[in-house]
Design a protein around this ligand. Structure first.
Ligand SMILES: *Cc1c(COP(=O)(O)O)cnc(C)c1O
Length: 489
């Protein structure tokens, strides 16, 4: 028998000191006490294990489930409020039926495809749906997979580019020791990780004032025969802008006709993959461009699913080199897998499919349009405020950014504003743009499903209050430069 709780007087979680106070000195056994006094003890939260416990090693004895629950919950209560988090792209709200499905499927491992064949079939169906949405020429037999997020999906997309380049170079008898990859200086950090982890030289096309995104000329100046691929971002995290995929593709077509160099594109559509098809159906950025060989998107961003899911889809089956695929017989069947993780939760995959069914294309349009309307309403209001200058207005991703007008004040900056907004509970990051625009600091707001017009008005009111407080200062706020730059994605 496992003995978890030490003394009978603590059996119900009450300390002797409390007992004696309530029983005026009479000695009582815990059992009788519970029966006669239990209704009055509620809610006294002194339980076994409520005293101090070690933080950095496992306690010797356990505690009651409710006590452990309360300890964890109390501690994270100090975290920011997810609904006031305007910094994240990741879903923080789903409707109750989705919550129910989530709770019912948390214990299924996605990799057990033989044990859970219907879940595996649903994952497969999601791959087909996305391949179709992004105009793959063969959505029914192309390759694709769910991942933990876009980060894993980008790693897989990048690895496929690298292997494809290596195989082609080997066939031509050329060296394969100096691969490089081209993206903008505003690329998400995962691509810097990719380059570092897999020994590929990163080549950055710097953004600039006139064109604050990767432009085709910059791409052409960076590529050569060792370039494994070019990675435009559909929805730059810093600003929400779409990089011009079609223009870049056209420039690379011309390069190929001039030089014979055939350089593929992977589109990092972490956010835009679930926005552009609905809000900008005419924008050509996906597999309609033959040069686009793979696309990733985050199911947990504008795919509208809770954290823990991304997608990678290849244009056609042959765009994923066969030698990267493992066929694992011990899973039952002979399942092809290409992933960095083995075990993964399956609930998010079911939720992604739930959303596809629940919303349909029309529903995705309405949800994303609502976010965009809120983004454009707020960006217009901020544009009209005296201290600010809009940088992006939410017409690509429902994300907008602004800066402090040059010379407006030397008493406060956007980091002060960010801290001030935090006192209302809002989390709004301020940060410098990447090279060559690192001297420009912006503040950014990401509008997501569930952020209503009502909340937008509240935010605006608090923003005005924060600004008028800062404007009332008669001297500069002292700064600790180490604390300037808030976390951003
Ligand atoms: C968020 C994001 C990523 C990383 O995606 P996760 O789903 O958070 O792993 C990569 N690229 C871009 C452009 C992003 O916005």
């Amino acid at each position: 028998m496992i003995k978890t709780y030490s003394t009978p007087s603590n059996l119900f979680g009450y300390h002797p000191s409390n007992l004696s106070r309530l029983t005026s000195g009479k000695a009582l056994r815990a059992g009788t006490l519970w029966k006669s006094y239990a209704p009055y003890y509620n809610p006294i939260f002194t339980r076994n294990g409520d005293g101090s416990f070690p933080r950095f090693r496992m306690p010797n004895q356990g505690m009651l489930p409710e006590t452990a629950y309360k300890k964890v919950r109390d501690e994270v209560a100090q975290d920011g409020n997810v609904h006031l988090n305007l910094a994240t792209f990741v879903t923080t709200w789903m409707e109750p039926s989705a919550d129910r499905l989530y709770a019912e499927s948390v214990n299924k491992n996605l990799i057990d495809k033989d044990a859970y064949p219907r879940t595996a079939a649903i994952e497969e169906r999601c791959v087909r749906i996305l391949a179709d949405l992004w105009h793959s020429p063969s959505p029914h037999n192309t390759m694709g997979a769910s991942t933990t997020g876009s980060s894993e999906a980008c790693m897989l997309g990048g690895l496929a580019l690298k292997r494809r380049w290596q195989n082609a170079r080997k066939r031509q008898g050329k060296p394969i020791d100096r691969p490089n990859i081209v993206f903008s200086s505003a690329v998400q950090v995962v691509w810097k990780k990719f380059a570092n982890y897999w020994d590929v030289e990163p080549r950055f096309v710097n953004i600039n004032r006139e064109r604050p995104y990767m432009d085709p000329e910059g791409v052409l100046a960076s590529v050569d025969e060792n370039t494994i691929g070019v990675v435009p971002t559909l929805g730059v995290t810093y600003t929400g802008l779409y990089e011009p995929v079609a223009e870049i593709s056209k420039a690379l077509d011309e390069l190929q006709s001039r030089t014979g160099l055939d350089i593929p594109i992977h589109v990092d559509a972490a956010s835009g993959g679930f926005i552009a098809p609905f809000l900008r159906p005419d924008l050509v950025w996906d597999f309609q461009l033959p040069r686009v060989k793979s696309i990733n998107a985050s199911g947990h961003k504008y795919g509208l699913v809770y954290p823990g899911i991304g997608w990678i889809i290849w244009r056609e089956a042959e765009d994923l080199p066969e030698d990267l695929i493992f066929r694992v017989s011990y899973l039952g069947g002979n399942m092809p897998t290409f992933a960095l993780s083995f075990s993964r939760p399956s609930a998010q995959v079911l939720l992604q499919y739930y959303n596809f069914l629940r919303l349909g294309k029309d529903g995705y349009y309405k949800v994303q349009k609502a976010s965009q309307s809120v983004a454009q309403f707020l960006s217009k209001a901020i544009h009209d405020m005296e201290p600010f200058e809009l940088f992006t207005d939410g017409s690509d991703l429902p994300v907008f950014s602004w800066r402090l007008k040059e010379g407006y004040t030397s008493n406060w900056n956007l980091y002060d504003l960010s801290r001030r907004l935090r006192s209302f509970g809002w989390q709004v990051p301020a940060y410098p743009l990447p090279p060559d625009m690192e001297n420009v600091t912006v503040m950014r707001v990401v509008i997501r499903n569930g952020f209503s017009m009502n909340l937008a008005h509240l935010f605006l009111m608090n923003l005005i209050q924060a600004v008028s407080f800062l404007n009332s200062l008669d001297r500069p706020i002292p700064h600790d430069p180490k604390r300037d730059i808030s976390f951003h994605h």
